[in-house]
Design a protein around this ligand. Structure first.
Ligand SMILES: *Cc1c(COP(=O)(O)O)cnc(C)c1O
Ligand code: SF4
Length: 450
């Protein structure tokens, strides 16, 4: 099948689009002027159930919904668009809304970007000791856009908010100087939008750089949902699979970190075939998703999804809590609901599916899991735990927050039992102040050796 993208400029050509009616089409117009919108022929023809599109998880995953903007913003924009307001005035208001949608949650820009020889490596994030994120500049788009995406600013042309990197050489130098790194996570956007030769160049650079510490190359992708033909019938599909094989032949692991939000994404022959082909290369596929209202806020959906993934030979990995950015208000579930959904899904599947961990908040200090709500001597508390920490020693220490039924993020939580700080806060604040983060440390080391 040949890939055909639909964006706000040509989506009216989608054969079934008239089904939506005037009001919804106007809503797409309005919301997509703020948040990115892109879908494609596979999603539209094979994933969305047009007979019940209103509540269809795939429709909501891809098509902007009116409620994704605050009502007052929506109404004002809608009016401006109907009046034919000129472009620059419209864009000014649009950018004002965008900046209020917390485009960079969890300090991604300030705190995770390392420095090498005084140069900021803007295409790298290094937050957790073992794993370096790499954002190749050609992989910063996707085959379709998720309406909940926390990387949304990359797709809207707010260019100063882009992470991207062309210089492979700098990345390799950084890896050589940071030998504690065992995993490279190539991410985006979706790196699988890159053609085989470009992706191959990055991967070859890692393979041939004599980096015995690197054991795993991970690729974060939603291509299995948005374009499984990437691994089947694109002109370079065979080359992609050969590239995966090459990594395995080098004695490294290739892990495809596949994003699936609902079992409906596993329902086509194409996705089954793609998974089969990828696994045939020796690559592993691990799966992850945030929990999202209107899409998968239901334990049975998760249990079914994990079971089907395992049946196809994939490994469930993470359930995330929707980040505090973009249309979070539309998608968010409370921490308590997230935990209950996780628990009620987790306890109905076999141990083979219980490789999954969560629900987890990717916050400034680390990935924090909501282990549950407990009663400790009459005080109701959240039991929390770091699955990843800016300081590795934080991982695995249970800690407690006051129970708060409406909390949706770490920032809504207070320490339990009258404490005035969580156990990690003093250290974390110190880190932020002196900016003693991975790149900084490197910079200091360089100064000393210079
Ligand atoms: C999630 C994440 C990773 C990978 O963490 P794992 O628990 O090893 O999968 C790495 N870096 C950042 C910034 C992350 O958010
Ligand atoms: S595939 Fe990932 S990066 Fe791309 S739009 Fe979806 S969530 Fe965002």
């Amino acid at each position: 099948m040949k890939y055909q993208a639909y964006t706000r400029h040509n989506y009216l050509k989608i054969p079934k689009i008239k089904k939506l009616g005037k009001d919804r089409i106007h809503a797409i117009e309005v919301v997509s002027s703020v948040l990115p919108f892109k879908t494609n022929n596979y999603v539209v023809n094979e994933l969305i159930n047009w007979n019940a599109f209103e509540n269809d998880p795939m429709f909501i995953l891809n098509f902007p919904q009116k409620e994704m903007l605050e009502k007052k913003h929506y109404d004002r924009l809608s009016e401006m668009i109907q009046k034919g307001t000129d472009k620059s005035d419209l864009l000014q208001f649009v950018n004002k809304i965008r900046l209020r949608l917390n485009p960079h949650p969890a300090g991604q820009l300030e705190h995770n970007v390392p420095v090498l020889n005084g140069q900021r490596l803007t295409g790298i994030q290094h937050k957790y000791r073992e794993t370096m994120l790499f954002f190749p500049s050609q992989g910063q788009t996707c085959h379709a856009y998720c309406t909940f995406c926390f990387r949304w600013p990359q797709f809207t042309g707010m260019s100063e908010l882009k992470f991207a990197m062309k210089q492979t050489e700098l990345m390799i130098r950084y890896l050589k100087q940071n030998r504690e790194i065992t995993d490279i996570l190539i991410t985006g956007g979706d790196p699988m939008v890159m053609n085989a030769s470009i992706l191959g160049k990055y991967i070859d650079a890692v393979i041939s750089a004599d980096l015995p510490n690197i054991k795993t190359i991970r690729i974060g992708t939603k291509a299995l949902t948005f374009w499984p033909y990437r691994f089947i019938s694109d002109p370079d599909s065979e080359e992609i699979l050969k590239l995966f094989e090459k990594v395995a032949d080098q004695g490294m692991n290739l892990a495809l970190m596949a994003h699936f939000n609902h079992y409906q994404e596993l329902s086509t022959g194409a996705v089954e075939e793609a998974v089969f082909r990828i696994r045939g290369t020796g690559a592993q596929i691990r799966t992850q998703s945030p929990i999202l209202r209107h899409i998968n806020d239901d334990a049975d959906v998760w249990a079914t999804m994990w079971k089907q993934q395992v049946d196809l030979g994939m490994i469930p990995y993470y359930m995330f809590i929707a980040r505090n950015t973009g249309a979070q208000a539309y998608f968010s579930v409370t921490l308590e609901e997230a935990w209950k959904t996780f628990k009620n899904a987790y306890n109905q599947v076999s141990g083979i599916c219980r490789t999954v961990r969560g629900p987890s908040m990717s916050s400034g200090p680390g990935k924090i899991q909501v282990q549950g709500v407990a009663d400790v001597k009459g005080e109701k508390v959240f039991v929390l735990n770091f699955l990843q920490g800016r300081i590795p020693e934080w991982v695995g220490n249970p800690f407690f927050a006051e129970y708060n039924p409406s909390a949706i993020w770490l920032s809504d939580l207070k320490p339990a039992f009258g404490e005035n700080q969580f156990f990690f806060e003093k250290e974390y604040n110190k880190l932020l102040k002196i900016d003693k983060l991975p790149g900084k440390k490197l910079q200091e080391a360089e100064k000393q050796s210079a």
